[in-house]
Ligand binder design. Structure first.
Ligand code: BV8
Ligand code: ZN
Length: 255
């Protein structure tokens, strides 16, 4: 089935609802677009992310090595933004979908795995339980010296950049460009993608790897694909149903 575009919205929403009603194992992959309506800027959208920088320039170990203060200022700015916003209807619809699939689940299989590229905690704050953060979490800090890692939700952080008890610099416990994803997190995401009947991709430009390869892994294993995005992406041609619009409008219609 080719992707249905925005024009025939009602039928594509009903096509997506039908697909969802038939399955018992779902993987959801989200990106910055699912948090956009909460007020968290996306990486590549028109809102841009921060000053004149591109994420690829700041979210790297080299940038942190060169100018830890600048990189920390960016993360501190994002921590303040994330702390000040609320989950939006898209996050809440995904939490509701997980609850419904869990209520209907018979086999001891995990009915919904939410895999996110986002480092914010809005999925958890909306009630999602099984969240895999492929790119880490902004609220966790890791010591560049002793490796100690812990949550630190102070906003703003002082003084920047924070220093560990061992004297080394702390960094955000997120995955920067050129860094490997946490093996157990990635393996869990791949396992879920290979075992699911449907992959629901929401608000990602599908440009960053290996995260962007998860939908293809699910399709390879015979899953159906629903994409929810404001714009077309490289995934759109492969979607069984493609819903073009805002996640906060469209996801509640799927329930
Ligand atoms: C690795 C965490 C190797 C930090 C991030 C050339 C070709 C292919 C790949 C590469 C290449 N050169 C380099 C690579 C690899 C690189 C990569 O993929 N680069 C890309 C840019 C080409 N990948 C890596 O480096 C990865 N590591 O490969 O390691 C390795 C292996 C073994 C051992 C050692 C090393 C690590 C990638 C992780 C990077 N970290 N962030 C932080 O957040 O600060 S990536 C960053 O981009 C975020 O995590 C973000 O989630 C991610 C993807 O962006 P999106 O979430 O999709 O957001 P975006 O703004 O792009 O799009 C938003 C979408 O939503 C849009 O489509 C928009 O239309 C839509 N939207 C907006 N509003 C709404 C909406 N939709 C619906 N409703 C709305 N309201
Ligand atoms: Zn330390």
């Amino acid at each position: 089935m080719i992707g249905l575009s925005a024009e025939c919205q009602p039928s594509s929403v009903s096509a997506a609802r039908r697909l969802l009603a038939e399955v018992s194992r779902v993987v959801v992959l989200t990106g910055a677009g699912v948090s956009e309506e909460s007020g968290v800027p996306t990486f590549r959208g028109p809102g841009g992310l921060w000053r004149q920088f591109r994420p690829e320039d700041l979210a790297t170990p080299e940038a942190f090595g060169r100018d830890p203060r600048l990189v920390w200022e960016w993360y501190n700015w994002r921590r303040e933004k994330i702390a000040a916003v609320e989950p939006n209807p898209a996050h809440r619809a995904l939490a509701e979908l997980e609850a419904r699939l869990k209520a209907g689940a018979t086999a001891p299989v995990r009915p919904l795995t939410l895999v996110t590229q986002n480092v914010d905690d809005l999925h958890e704050r909306a009630g999602s339980r099984s969240v895999l953060h492929l790119h880490g979490e902004i609220w966790r800090l890791r010591c560049t010296g002793c490796g100690r890692e812990d949550y630190d939700r102070r906003v703003p952080l002082d003084p920047l950049p924070p220093v560990c008890a061992c004297g080394s610099l702390l960094r955000p416990a997120v995955v920067w460009f050129g860094e490997a994803l946490a093996p157990d997190t990635w393996d869990a995401a791949v396992g879920a993608a290979q075992a699911c009947e449907l992959v629901l991709v929401v608000g990602t430009s599908a440009l960053v790897y290996p995260a962007a390869s998860l939908p293809a892994i699910a399709l390879q294993a015979g899953a159906r694909l629903i994409e929810v995005n404001r714009d077309p992406t490289p995934l759109t041609p492969r979607a069984d149903v493609s819903l073009q619009g805002k996640a906060g409008d469209l996801l509640p219609q799927l329930l």
